[in-house]
Ligand binder design. Structure first.
Ligand SMILES: [Zn+2]
Length: 148
């Protein structure tokens, strides 16, 4: 995962990584030329994905800094905010088994919201209360989504 400072056309350097108790992960990247900082904030499921893949964001780990510094660097925007919103609405009532959540966590980040939505729709249409890996298998076969 890399960020590019568009103005300077320079690759931003990894600066901080934090794993608070709630499973949220924050990583900051700083442009070596202009000093601009961008931060990445992921939700617990995305953090689980990153952890399960053994990915070291930025390749280096920098010494922990005081919380004030970290808070100052963490952006408030969440890249997947819209998917979470969709879930709370139409998807409420359907739960994911632990195994199903683990499986979903292995789906690449950029399509996970869509994949999740497909399974939720499938479950809701059939009155399925809990999504399990078996349900996911059945859904994939019925919907012709073998590679999800
Ligand atoms: Zn820059």
């Amino acid at each position: 995962m890399k960020f590019l400072c568009v103005e300077c056309d320079r690759q931003m350097q990894f600066e901080e990584r934090q794993l608070p108790g709630d499973g949220t992960l924050a990583a900051a990247f700083r442009c070596p030329t202009c000093g601009r900082v961008v931060a990445l904030l992921t939700n617990p499921m995305e953090t689980q994905l990153v952890a399960s893949l053994g990915v070291k964001i930025g390749g280096t780990t920098i010494e922990r800094q005081p919380m004030e510094t970290v808070r100052g660097m963490v952006a408030t925007g969440k890249p997947d905010a819209f998917t979470d919103e969709g879930e709370r609405g139409a998807g409420s009532g359907t739960i994911w088994s632990v195994e199903a959540q683990e499986r979903l966590a292995r789906v690449p980040n950029f399509v996970r919201g869509m994949v999740k939505r497909i399974y939720l729709d499938y479950a809701r249409e059939r009155g399925i209360a809990e999504i399990t890996p078996a349900i996911m298998d059945t859904a994939r076969t019925e919907l012709g989504l073998e590679e999800m």
